[in-house]
Ligand binder design. Structure first.
Ligand SMILES: [Mn+2]
Length: 337
């Protein structure tokens, strides 16, 4: 597998965690988590630029890049409590989507096969197909459910004459059998796409899509609690796919297909924490961060914190499983947790 190395900026790791090499499994044999960069925007339908996403997400932080991030809320240091490596960027040529997605799937599968959780930094959302497929190939096709935060359903069929693109990965995952339609939980949909034909197809697959209107009417937490009950039914693991455009463009402007009226960044971070603390997450991707449209790195910072929130919650889940009192956000901060 080829790495881009310094193609899209300095060849640095996520907040200074140690590097590893995908083609040398011995370099991540003890990993709990491996970060994989997917600098690909060849599947974009509108504004490109997510090829610069992995580099921006890795670096967007005002603290020392020292491989340590003690979570104030969760009282864990995910980058130290877990064994986290960064494999760098998979070579993904924007003009060859099939070869690029294949290369990423091989990398993600190698991480899962090593017993680690792949955390993929996108890249446009077409990468969710190889990400979830690579994980499902290891854990079992149809045995991994998908929790999908997005403004868009990403269930298009053929777009621009192609089966692959950032508006279609969820349909391809269901068609291939990698993920069951009735174990697909979508959160944050809104706007003016897709049309009735696609919505009918989604209903036939028994996908569960929580639109913003329902989230507003019922409350995000109640909807998450309901979704979580389905997520582990006949599934051992959960893949978490976070499209940063689920957040309102006012709080996440750096993205290619912004849709007004989304979640706040606070809501997304709390929701990601709940997913990774309450569910057995076996893979994560954070996609659609497009630095060319970002202002003051707002969206890159959010992407960085989504990754940290996920890792911190995974670390806390493991600590609590090994004994100790469960995390309670109502407890005062300075109590020993
Ligand atoms: Mn998407």
């Amino acid at each position: 597998m080829t790495r881009y190395g310094p193609m899209y900026g300095p060849d640095v790791t996520f907040l200074g965690v140690p590097p590893c090499a995908i083609e040398e499994p011995v370099t991540y044999a003890d990993a709990d988590v491996v970060i994989v960069g997917a600098p690909f925007d060849g599947g974009t339908s509108h504004r490109p630029g997510t090829r610069f996403g992995p580099s921006a997400i890795r670096q967007a932080c005002y603290l020392p890049h020292d491989g340590s991030r003690p979570s104030l809320a969760l009282r864990v240091d995910a980058l130290r409590d877990l064994c986290v490596y960064d494999a760098g960027d998979v070579e993904m040529f924007g003009g060859d989507i099939e070869r690029s997605l294949h290369a990423l799937e091989q990398a993600v599968h190698a991480v899962a096969a090593a017993g680690a959780i792949p955390v993929v930094l996108g890249g446009d959302h077409s990468i969710a197909l190889p990400d979830a497929t690579g994980v499902a190939r290891h854990h079992g096709l149809g045995r991994v459910s998908l929790v999908h935060f997005d403004a868009h359903a990403d269930t298009g069929d053929v777009e621009f004459g192609s089966l692959h693109g950032h508006g279609q990965p969820m349909r391809r995952l269901i068609e291939s059998g990698a993920v069951r339609g009735d174990r697909f939980l979508q959160i944050g949909l809104r706007g003016y796409w897709p049309g009735p034909e696609t919505l009918t197809w989604m209903a036939e697959q028994r996908m569960r899509s929580y639109e913003m209107t329902e989230l507003v009417a019922r409350g995000l937490d109640e909807c998450l609690t309901e979704a979580f009950r389905t997520a582990t039914d006949e599934c051992e693991g959960v893949f978490l796919s976070v499209d940063v455009d689920v957040v309102d463009p006012g709080m996440a402007p750096g993205t290619g297909t912004p849709e007004p009226g989304g979640l706040t960044s606070r809501q997304l971070l709390d929701a990601v924490r709940r997913v990774c603390y309450e569910l057995p997450v076996v893979g994560v991707d954070v996609v659609e961060v497009a630095p060319p449209y970002d202002h003051a790195d707002i969206t890159a910072y959010l992407g960085n914190r989504v990754v940290l929130e996920a890792l911190s919650a995974i670390a806390r889940r493991r600590r609590d499983a090994a004994g100790g009192s469960p995390w309670d956000p109502r407890q005062p901060l300075l109590d020993d947790r």
